[in-house]
Design a protein around this ligand. Structure first.
Ligand code: GRF
Length: 212
């Protein structure tokens, strides 16, 4: 069975969606540990409520970025993690973790990549004036939100949408596609061919279009 390690910095609603998907049997995996860079993260409460080990690892306690991410990679390896999930981890992941978990780190981004990478994807979409936005689950590479795309979901952007209302619509989709991507990975259905992710599953669920 797949062992998952999670990194989260904040609210942790995606983390909760993953916990719930495991509890319901949708994903057959176990979460070994939550690592947070932020002692105030609500994700920590969620982990504790579900008996998941928590490590708070502060980058300030390390001389540089590489040693921070080497340490995190070691903690995940020590627990046999086969997948690292970034569930609202508000940092650009360092090389040692990316190299040791090549195509085994997943992130969720609140926009249809490659549009609007970086912070505040929903605000960027509103300000740009797009009519469709959404969210993307992708593998993490050295760039910022540039790794191979696994699943995307689309939502309509209406004239009266605000950053808040769009974020809410997108978040609902995040909570669907992140667990789905993890489920497909845990069942061995994901093959990465350069930039292209192929889902080898009888159910072709690569793109969920969900106009609301
Ligand atoms: C989400 O919008 C996600 O797309 C982004 O960070 C936010 C995390 O929210 N990467 P939560 O902590 O999962 O509630």
């Amino acid at each position: 069975m797949l062992t998952i390690g999670v990194l989260a910095s904040g609210r942790g609603s995606n983390f909760q969606a993953i916990i719930d998907s495991i509890a319901s049997g949708f994903i057959k995996a176990k979460i070994a540990v939550l690592i947070s860079d932020n002692p105030e993260a609500y994700a920590i409460e969620r982990a504790k409520n579900h008996g998941i080990e928590v490590l708070i690892i502060n980058p300030k306690d390390f001389p540089d970025k590489d040693s921070y991410y080497s340490h995190i990679a070691r903690e995940f390896k020590n627990r046999d993690a086969g997948l690292v999930v970034l569930a609202g981890f508000m940092r650009v992941v360092g090389k040692p973790l990316i190299e040791q978990f090549h195509n085994k780190i997943m992130n969720i981004h609140p926009a249809l990549l490659p549009s609007f990478p970086g912070l505040h994807g929903q605000k960027q979409a509103i300000e740009y004036g797009v009519k469709i936005s959404g969210c993307t689950v992708h593998f993490v590479d050295k760039g910022v939100d540039t790794g191979p795309i696994i699943i995307q979901a689309a939502v309509a952007v209406f004239e009266d949408d605000t950053e808040e209302s769009l974020s809410e619509k997108i978040l609902k989709q995040e909570h669907k596609i992140f667990p789905l991507a993890i489920k497909l990975f845990s069942e061995g259905h994901i093959v990465v061919n350069g930039r292209n992710v192929i889902i080898k599953s009888s159910k072709k669920q690569r793109v969920l279009i969900s106009p609301e």
